[in-house]
Write a protein that binds this ligand. Structure first.
Ligand code: GLN
Length: 309
């Protein structure tokens, strides 16, 4: 699926980025206390083949990496037309937690910034907040290949200091349309962000997106083709927050980052890639992870705009 001797290549890749000491972990205690030297990469082909290097079995909260999948679930629940009424698909150039509804906009710019992600969460049609979270957990678990559990510390820490997300949810409710109570939405979204995953599980999740919504290995369809295409589109244009343009140019793989230090990339028709390192740049993207993706994109010729012969 990915030519070359992948196991040796991935080991070597981690050695090439290991000495890059730029960046700091996120401030949330569960991330701030992370071992800064932990480093992992995982690749899962659409044929289900797995290859990893480093600490690929180490677990951490999924954080914003969940936003892409939940957006797909929202599309499958209520349809793209209804989702578009609530969330636009324009790159905002904004930080992930920017309020973003100022200046006369009546809907969040895209589902990758928090305003859009909170809205996408609320569009998942559970009967109530608990049911909604259960659907999200079930989908992410099916993609990851394991029943995912929540990191209670991460959830509590996030809720203890949720003023900004609560503020965003109230703004969305006031200026746009949030189909549920802002507090319930932030609570459910924080649970969603606190689900624990490993780097190899993240690569499996990405491989499902690369495989048109079908889980490699089990061959279960968990997202429609249409939803998966929309997810990949916003990952490509908005997945790396305010450095999304730079990312398309230098890496060119639909991707999503999270403040726990993960980055996932989905290469359509080929497979999923995930990296982990808790050091983040000022945009909240993993520094070593970005450099690793730059190497991967060049070495394995993964830019999605490259002609395929
Ligand atoms: N839970 C975090 C938040 O909403 C997720 C941020 C992220 O991973 N970028 O603030």
């Amino acid at each position: 699926m990915f030519a070359r001797d992948l196991p040796a290549y991935l080991d070597d890749l981690l050695d090439r980025v290991r000495d890059d000491d730029d960046g700091e972990p996120d401030e949330l205690p569960v991330h701030a206390e992370a071992d800064l030297d932990r480093l992992a990469v995982a690749v899962v082909g659409v044929d289900g083949q797995v290859c990893t290097a480093g600490d690929a079995e180490f677990y951490y909260p999924i954080q914003s990496l969940s936003k892409a999948v939940v957006y797909g679930l929202a599309i499958d629940c209520v349809g793209m037309e209804e989702v578009l009424r609530h969330i636009d698909v324009e790159p905002s150039g904004d930080a992930f937690n920017r309020i973003s509804l100022e200046g006369g906009q009546n809907r969040p710019a895209n589902p990758m910034i928090n305003a859009g992600a909170l809205t996408a969460h609320s569009l998942v049609d559970g009967h109530d907040a608990e049911h909604r979270f259960a659907r999200i957990r079930e989908l992410l678990s099916a993609m990851a290949g394991r029943e995912l559990e929540m990191d209670e510390d991460s959830y509590r820490q996030e809720m203890d200091d949720a003023h900004r997300n609560l503020g965003i949810a109230h703004m969305v409710k006031a200026l746009s349309e949030l189909p549920d109570d802002p507090h319930d939405v932030v609570d459910g979204y924080s649970r969603q962000c606190a689900l624990r995953v490993s780097t190899v599980e993240l690569a499996r999740i990405a491989a499902t997106l690369a495989n048109d919504g079908v889980v490699p290995g089990t061959e279960e369809r968990v997202l429609s083709r249409q939803a998966t295409r929309h997810v990949l589109s916003v990952m490509l244009t908005c997945g790396m927050y305010d450095s999304a343009g730079d990312w398309v140019s230098s890496v060119g793989i639909p991707a999503k980052s999270g403040v726990s230090g993960g980055i996932v990339g989905a290469v359509p028709g080929r497979g999923g890639i995930a990296t982990y390192s808790p050091r983040l740049d000022k945009h909240g993207n993993s520094t070593r992870g970005q450099v690793a993706f730059e190497h991967l994109a060049v070495d394995l010729d993964l830019h999605v705009l490259r002609p395929r012969h």
